[in-house]
Design a protein around this ligand. Structure first.
Ligand code: NAG
Ligand code: NAG
Ligand code: NAG
Length: 192
């Protein structure tokens, strides 16, 4: 059996003021974990995305940059909060695994673990009233793998998202490229 971990790291974009120290901490964690380079994204986060994983019993697990979570606690689906004065939205939330099947040999990365649009900000809670393009897929690192990084990002949604044809529910979740997706659909404004 494997002892897998869920090492999520949070967040982004949006032009806002939030808690600078928290953003700085998250940004540093991302840089230390080589996430911008591995995802081919340059960013300067302006908001914090809070990701919570509901549990069968007890309170949800609130993720923080670099936290390691046992696989069994990651069934989800997660709920999302945004911390900052970012307006009503809409927003796109994405979660990817750049370490599949293993961090050493990520030949099927990125795995798209979640991709949903039309999220609106209701007092910090991000609510989407349309089905996600890719509903949440529980992390499942293969037996023996080191911990994977699961990266959650929030983007401002532009008008192009509604008509994008680059990815849909039947598009394979493997070999996804969030950076390329953003370019192709011109739907995501990545604040650099
Ligand atoms: C894993 O989760 C399932 C379903 O929530 C539960 O029945 C099981 O006891 C859990 N296993 C461990 C090892 O925690
Ligand atoms: C879904 O996307 C794939 C490309 O990943 C494309 O080949 C297919 O035609 C699309 N399906 C629909 C219904 O748009
Ligand atoms: C992902 O797409 C970006 C373009 O946005 C590209 O620079 C990068 O090489 C791609 N990554 C992979 C692994 O193909």
């Amino acid at each position: 059996m494997f002892l897998s971990h869920f090492a999520p790291l949070l967040v982004f974009t949006l032009g806002i003021r939030a808690q600078d120290t928290s953003i700085a901490t998250v940004e540093k964690a991302f840089l230390n974990a080589h996430i911008p380079a591995d995802l081919s994204v340059a960013f300067k986060p302006h908001a914090l995305l809070e990701v919570s994983l509901p549990q069968a019993t007890g309170p949800p697990i609130v993720l923080h940059a670099g936290i390691q979570v046992p696989r069994n606690d990651t069934a989800g689906p997660p709920t999302f909060h945004v911390d900052g004065d970012v307006g009503k939205g809409p927003f796109v939330v994405a979660a990817v695994d750049p370490d599949a099947p293993t961090p050493q040999t990520p030949t099927s990365a990125q795995i798209r673990h979640f991709l949903g649009g039309n999220f609106v900000n209701e007092g910090g809670l991000l609510v989407n009233k349309t089905p996600a393009i890719s509903e949440f897929r529980q992390p499942t690192p293969p037996a023996g793998s080191d911990a994977h990084r699961y990266v959650f990002l929030v983007f401002r949604q532009s008008s192009g998202f509604a008509t994008q044809t680059f990815v849909n529910a039947t598009t394979p979740v493997s070999l996804f490229n969030i950076s390329l997706f953003a370019e192709e659909v011109r739907a995501l404004k990545i604040d650099m």
